[in-house]
Design a binder for this molecule. Structure first.
Ligand code: ZN
Length: 100
């Protein structure tokens, strides 16, 4: 996930990631793509140039899950053993469904 704003000047750059990737696939150089997106400051350009989209790669790995029950006072290690490992995609969906 790309940061929404440039760390230095706070310009919104998060919405430019997908158009940037598309321009690179259309055989434009990174320099051309960044100028076409209106990014002239090097602080904003580095946000896209140096970004690695690792979300899909992280989704391939399982991680332990633990209960978030407020009444459960057992240590985190025990809570992990109780629930066992779950797929991280299931975990993300579970957390997201709580906020919908
Ligand atoms: Zn900037």
């Amino acid at each position: 996930m790309i940061p929404i704003r440039c760390f230095t000047c706070t310009k919104v750059v998060g919405n430019l990631w997908e158009p940037f990737k598309q321009k690179l696939q259309d055989d434009r150089s990174p320099n051309e793509a960044l100028y076409e997106l209106g990014l002239t400051r090097y602080c904003c350009r580095r946000m896209l140039i140096s970004h690695l989209d690792l979300t899909d790669k992280f989704l391939m790995y399982n991680c332990p899950s633990y209960t978030t029950d407020a009444n459960d006072s057992s240590p985190v290690d025990e809570r992990v053993e109780k629930s066992g490992p779950v797929n991280i995609q299931q975990q993300i969906l579970r957390v997201a469904s709580r906020h919908l």
